[in-house]
Design a protein around this ligand. Structure first.
Ligand SMILES: *Cc1c(COP(=O)(O)O)cnc(C)c1O
Length: 389
């Protein structure tokens, strides 16, 4: 029988050394040695699957990659120094000058900046499609469109994109479907099942989950990953062995952590929904979420992030932020510590007001990444701060 997710998360491990250590050791080494001249030649000729230099591969990143491949149902992957280096290198490896990216409009702020500020230099263009009009997607496809790109749930609007519909569309139009699965993690959602070719993660968020390291990876089919590997081997965005070791350890507890993140987040969402000072709350597993049924179909639970709007706009929002005491004011998410963010002045401040409005980000919108503190303490802090508004 195929092992279950939680078991693979713990038992996927690189070969033990002669010391028979129980938990995988850290391989802080930049290079590896050859036995003799023939070994050296054969290794460089890629006749052997072995480590040569940590810019290419390292046992710690190999363990991390293998684990995520099993979790996502992917053939292969490559691990990067951050989520953004995974996003950048994936596109840079697969696209040529003149290619076009068709992307959902609501995406991570730096990915948007990549499309608008970096890729035009190489004549790589993009268009955005609205997440809730997939039936009109055909109108956005150009003869040079090569990649279909999306995140689900989106940040910070927690809108849900229909992964199965995107998968079918990509197949029909011969596009490479890339999904940034950072908000869901493979524990809640596996986009490859729905037809994604590649899945990107920022390991910095729920994968580490404890706010310690930056990291990222791309997993998917062998053919695309091989192109990404060739590109990364030359350009050098590899994940450090130490961060890979931390991330692989963190994945051992991903399931239990994400379960608690989700149950805490649902309780916060339900409490805010009935609060008189709140205009609206959005959380994928609230019945009031416009894509509740879709979320239930493709996700195991709703994730750690919810967004809401306080009555009274920006001024009320500022009061709320200044009255919070337990929760952190920070830009990260998926941490053990609960975090409140004001997207309009932080993560999405580089977007124009119109671009923000197109992504559904209002000035009074607050994003909470619900952590693992006791739910009573999280709720008390939020409700007390709302009382001050
Ligand atoms: C944080 C994030 C990234 C970028 O990851 P870094 O590790 O910060 O570079 C990409 N996509 C999403 C959805 C994110 O939340």
């Amino acid at each position: 029988m195929k092992r279950k997710f939680e078991t693979e998360a713990i038992r996927t491990q690189i070969k033990r050394t002669e010391f028979l250590e129980h938990s995988s050791p850290l391989y802080l080494t930049s290079s590896f040695v050859f036995e003799d001249a023939e070994d050296m030649r054969a290794s460089f000729a890629e006749e052997k699957d072995r480590n040569i230099y940590s810019r290419y591969s390292n046992p710690n990143s190999s363990e991390f990659i293998e684990k995520v491949c099993k979790m996502e149902g992917a053939e292969d992957g490559f691990a990067f120094a951050s989520g953004m280096s995974a996003v950048f290198s994936t596109f840079a490896a697969l696209l040529d000058s003149g290619d076009h990216i068709l992307s959902a409009r609501s995406i991570f702020g730096s990915t948007h900046s990549l499309f608008t500020q970096i890729f035009p230099k190489w004549n790589i263009t993009h268009s955005y499609f609205p997440f809730d009009e997939l039936d009109k997607l055909e109108e956005f496809v150009q003869p040079n469109t090569k990649v279909l790109y999306a995140e689900s749930p989106t940040n910070p609007g927690v809108d849900i994109l229909d992964l199965e519909a995107l998968g079918k569309f990509a197949k029909k139009h011969h596009l490479i479907l890339i999904i940034d699965n950072c908000f869901a993690t493979p524990y809640l959602q596996q986009p490859i099942k729905f037809g994604a070719d590649l899945v990107i993660h920022s390991g910095t968020k729920l994968m580490d989950g404890q706010g310690r390291v930056l990291g990222g990876l791309t997993v998917g089919n062998k053919e695309s990953v091989d192109k990404i590997y060739r590109h990364a081997r030359i350009t050098g965005p590899a994940l450090s062995p130490f961060n890979a070791w931390v991330l692989s350890k963190s994945l051992e507890t991903l399931g239990v952590r994400v379960d608690r993140h989700c149950s805490n987040a649902l309780k916060v969402a339900e409490e805010l929904e009935i609060h008189p000072k709140i205009n609206w709350v959005k959380y994928p597993f609230l019945k009031s979420h416009p894509q509740f049924e879709l979320a239930k179909k493709q996700m195991k639970a709703g994730g750690c992030v919810l967004s809401f709007e306080i009555k009274g706009g920006l001024a009320a929002g500022r009061k709320f932020f200044n009255s919070i005491s337990l929760l952190s004011l920070s830009a990260n998410l998926g941490d053990t510590r609960s975090i409140v963010t004001h997207p309009a002045s932080t993560t999405h401040s580089k977007l124009s007001p119109k671009e923000r409005a197109d992504c559904g980000i209002s000035d009074g919108m607050v994003r909470i990444s619900v952590g693992l503190e006791h739910i009573d303490d999280i709720l008390e802090d939020i409700l007390k701060a709302l009382g001050e508004v």
